[in-house]
Design a protein around this ligand. Structure first.
Ligand code: 13P
Ligand code: SF4
Length: 347
């Protein structure tokens, strides 16, 4: 091991010796050193979402965080290249906010079931059905959908964004569960397209304040209230944390629900004897690495197949081969930027 690799290995080991096997750390430390050298050569910044696997998360990113945090970092950077270790919609948001930069995502398979659940035409159809009602769109969507929207939101600011509009109705897209959670917290009624009918049909009889969509995160939809009850039966003093992409029943049965950053902060700040974090598995590993004295219970059968396509090997290739470059047509970018900027201003 040369000196640089040894220093990187020592840094990674200090955090990860209980989480990642030593043999893997040695290999990843070498790759991390290569990535960091290329990062300097290309004047790049690496942004790492909280769901990145532990060896990547604790070695190469200049900034780690949730979607909201990283979009702010992407907007502010003066580097020439932004390498986004996250999924495609996140890299696209970086390009929307900072179009003069080269934005790279290390895998061309890093989709998202929520982003795939809605098209720009769907949004136009909804606007025709509910004229004048503002459209709030979760950032887990592609640029053309953002371009049709009035404002974006993340899991970290969805409530504030809906409240900021001050209207008696909003269209909230595309996450059925995030929409349901926001509606419950604000004491509003949300309606969804009817199931099993052709075309866009809603039951609009009675009072309602939110119009939702039936997109779901393929990871978070799998957690159940039964999972929580089973863990609580075994560990009565466990603190259960869930992401708001989980169903409203699951978040209601949890002790805390918030964005990935908010859950990390919750564990940092509290003193429960055990924690169960209902979200992507790698984040549980990353929290465990940061809090070795706290007991993290794992329900780790669910990994995000999209986030997991982002590896250190592919991040190295992204910088070496300048791939995969994110492009957004300028007319769409300008309209999408308005919705994302409006969200960022709210905080
Ligand atoms: P956060 O904005 O909370 O980081 O969540 C992004 C995401 O894709 C969760 O599945
Ligand atoms: Fe999309 Fe769910 Fe994966 Fe997040 S965890 S990127 S919402 S599929």
């Amino acid at each position: 091991m040369n000196q640089q690799v040894q220093a990187m290995y020592d840094k990674m080991r200090a955090k990860l010796d209980k989480v990642v096997p030593d043999v893997e750390l040695r290999i990843k430390a070498e790759i991390a050193v290569e990535i960091n050298a290329l990062k300097v050569e290309r004047n790049a910044v690496i942004l790492g979402h909280n769901y990145m696997e532990p060896a990547l998360f604790y070695s190469i990113p200049d900034f780690t965080g949730d979607s909201l945090d990283l979009s702010r970092k992407a907007a502010q950077t003066d580097k020439d290249v932004i390498v986004f270790c996250g999924v495609e919609f996140m890299a696209e948001t970086a390009k929307i906010l900072n179009p003069s930069k080269t934005v790279l995502v290390p895998s061309d398979k890093a989709g998202c079931s929520l982003a795939a659940a809605i098209t720009a035409q769907d949004v136009r159809d909804l606007k025709a059905l509910f004229p004048g009602v503002p459209v709030v769109t979760y950032v887990n969507t592609y640029a053309d959908v953002k371009a049709e929207s009035d404002i974006c939101c993340t899991s970290g600011n969805a409530l504030a964004v809906v409240q900021s509009l001050n209207t008696d109705k909003v269209i909230f897209l595309p996450d059925e569960y995030l929409g349901g959670n926001v509606a419950r917290e604000l004491g509003r009624k949300i309606i969804f397209p009817k199931k099993g009918v052709d075309g866009l049909q809603f039951d609009t009889a009675g009072d309602f304040q939110m119009i939702g969509w039936r997109g779901r995160c393929e990871v978070h939809e799998k957690f159940t209230v039964n999972d929580i009850q089973t863990v609580r039966a075994q560990f009565p003093d466990v603190a259960v944390l869930s992401h708001p992409e989980c169903s409203p029943d699951v978040t209601a049965a949890s002790d805390f629900s918030g964005s990935t950053n908010a859950m990390i902060q919750f564990v940092r700040d509290s003193k429960a004897p055990h924690y169960l974090v209902l979200t992507e598995c790698s984040m549980g590993d990353n929290i465990a690495a940061e809090n070795p004295q706290k007991d993290m219970l794992r329900l780790c059968m669910i990994r995000c197949p999209h986030m997991n396509t982002i590896t250190m090997e592919d991040t190295l290739n992204a910088l070496k081969l300048n791939r995969y470059v994110i492009e957004v047509p300028e007319d769409i970018r300008v309209r999408a930027a308005r919705s994302v900027q409006r969200m960022i201003e709210i905080g």
